[in-house]
Design a protein around this ligand. Structure first.
Ligand code: HEM
Length: 143
């Protein structure tokens, strides 16, 4: 497994633990009414399980498994620097959105969430830019 995939998948697993824990706390509140503050975790739960866990796991595995490119007789995964930036921006964006999502009364909440979403969108675009030439039938499009 390439180093980038290790980072994506390990980070995704950490988010799995945190996201499911948040979900369990919200569920506990729903069942018992003992933890009203748990509702503050709902935006973080959604962000973490959808992007931090699911999307990030898919990205890590895709980076590993997509066909490699042949460049000058060498086998390569292509635009690797873009993938590192994608990892950094995705996780920075998730953290910003999660923290901002809990600060419901802060006047900077909306701009912070927008900034986080922008970082996530750029991360996805960078990953797609890297992946595009690698999505091809086996043995086709050698360059
Ligand atoms: C990959 C797994 C999961 C995904 C993608 C996911 C996604 C979501 C989303 C999008 C919502 C918001 C739903 C809405 O507002 O209509 C939500 C709510 C919730 N999730 Fe999860 N979730 C996952 C796993 C879990 C787990 C494991 C638990 C509990 C241990 C959990 C507990 C909850 C609870 C209690 C709510 C609030 C439901 C309500 O509004 O009444 N989730 N989840």
């Amino acid at each position: 497994m390439p180093r980038q995939s290790v980072w994506f998948v390990r980070t995704a697993l950490l988010y799995l633990g945190v996201g499911f824990t948040f979900g369990a706390l919200i569920l506990w509140q729903k069942g018992t009414g003992m933890l009203p503050l748990a509702w503050l975790l709902l935006p973080a739960h959604m962000e973490i399980v959808l992007l931090g866990w699911t999307l990030q796991l898919a990205m890590g595995v895709a980076y590993w498994i997509l066909p490699r490119l042949q460049v000058d007789g060498r086998s390569t995964r292509g635009r690797q620097r873009a993938v590192w930036w994608s990892y950094a921006l995705l996780n920075a964006g998730i953290l910003v959105v999660v923290v901002a999502g809990m600060r419901t009364t802060s006047p900077v909440q909306a701009p912070a969430v927008a900034l986080g979403r922008l970082a996530e969108a750029v991360a996805v675009a960078l990953f797609a830019w890297h992946a595009w030439p690698r999505v091809k039938p086996a043995g086709a499009g050698r360059r």
